[in-house]
Design a binder for this molecule. Structure first.
Ligand code: SF4
Length: 223
C-alpha cells in the first residue's frame, strides 16, 4: 500500500497552492477587464475604496487602507485624476485637508466594472451555500490574522466594529449575530470586510468580540 503522506504537501501548503491558482485566475481575468478601462490593479482598488466611503477620504487615510506609502497612493490618485475619474475637494471634516471623491465619470466606471463577468465569482457555483459560508468565515479569520500581524492593513470589518455583537442569538443558527446600528440580526454571510458606516470598537471590545466570534458558538440556554 502506498503511503501518500511523504509524497504530499502539508494541508496548509496544499491550500496555499490552490488559493494561488484561484488568485492567478482572478488577477489575469480582472487585468483584461481593467485594461479595457485603462486601470492598474491599484487604481481599480482606489476607485472601490473611494466608492465605498460615505464620508470624505484623505490621501493619507487611503494610503493606510491600501497598505501602501503615501507617495504610491499619490501617484495612483494623480493618474486617476488625469483620467477624470477622481477629484480632490476640501474635506468637510478637516478644512485643511483634501478629500478624494469620484467624478460622475468615475462613478460610471465603478458601475461598469462591477457589471463585468467575474470568473472567480462563477467558481463559487461549485460550492453549496453552506460551503460558501464556511469558506467566507474561514477567509475572514485568515484576513483578521494577517491584519493582526501587520501583513494586511486593518479594515472596517464587522468584527472590529463597536456595533457588532457576535452570537447574540445563539439559538438562531441562521442569523446568530447582531448589528446594533442597523438593529438587525446577521448571518456569517452578512458580515462586512469593508463597511461604509463602520465605527471602530475600543481594543477591549474588539478583543472580546473576536474571542466570541472565533470560539465555539455559546451553548443554548435551557428554556
Ligand atoms: S455598522 Fe457595519 S461594520 Fe458595524 S456591525 Fe453594522 S454592518 Fe458591521
Amino acid at each position: 500500500m502506498l503511503d501518500f503522506n511523504p509524497l504530499s504537501l502539508s494541508l496548509p501548503q496544499a491550500l496555499a497552492s490552490a488559493l494561488r491558482r484561484l488568485t492567478h485566475l482572478a488577477h489575469t481575468s480582472s487585468w483584461d477587464q481593467w485594461a479595457v478601462q485603462r486601470l492598474t490593479p491599484t487604481q481599480r482598488r482606489i476607485l472601490d475604496v473611494v466608492a465605498s466611503r460615505r464620508e470624505s477620504l484623505t490621501l493619507s487615510a487611503l494610503a493606510r487602507e491600501l497598505g501602501v506609502t503615501p507617495a504610491t497612493a499619490s501617484d495612483s490618485v494623480g493618474a486617476l485624476e488625469a483620467k477624470g475619474l477622481i477629484q480632490k475637494r476640501r474635506s468637510e471634516v478637516d478644512g485643511r485637508a483634501l478629500a478624494l471623491m469620484l467624478t460622475s465619470e468615475g462613478q460610471s466606471s465603478v458601475t461598469a466594472l462591477a457589471a463585468l463577468p467575474d470568473p472567480l465569482l462563477n467558481a463559487f457555483d461549485a460550492l453549496t451555500p453552506d460551503e460558501q459560508e464556511i469558506f467566507y468565515r474561514s477567509a475572514m479569520k485568515m484576513i483578521h490574522g494577517l491584519q493582526e500581524t501587520g501583513a494586511l492593513p486593518v479594515s472596517r470589518m464587522c468584527v472590529r466594529c463597536q456595533h457588532f455583537e457576535p452570537f447574540r442569538a445563539a439559538a438562531d443558527a441562521r442569523n446568530p449575530h447582531y448589528c446594533h446600528l442597523a438593529g438587525s440580526p446577521m448571518a456569517d454571510r452578512h458580515l462586512k470586510l469593508e463597511c461604509p458606516v463602520h465605527e471602530a470598537g475600543d481594543q477591549t471590545t474588539q478583543n472580546t468580540n473576536w474571542g466570541r466570534f472565533n470560539g465555539p458558538p455559546p451553548a443554548k440556554q435551557p428554556s
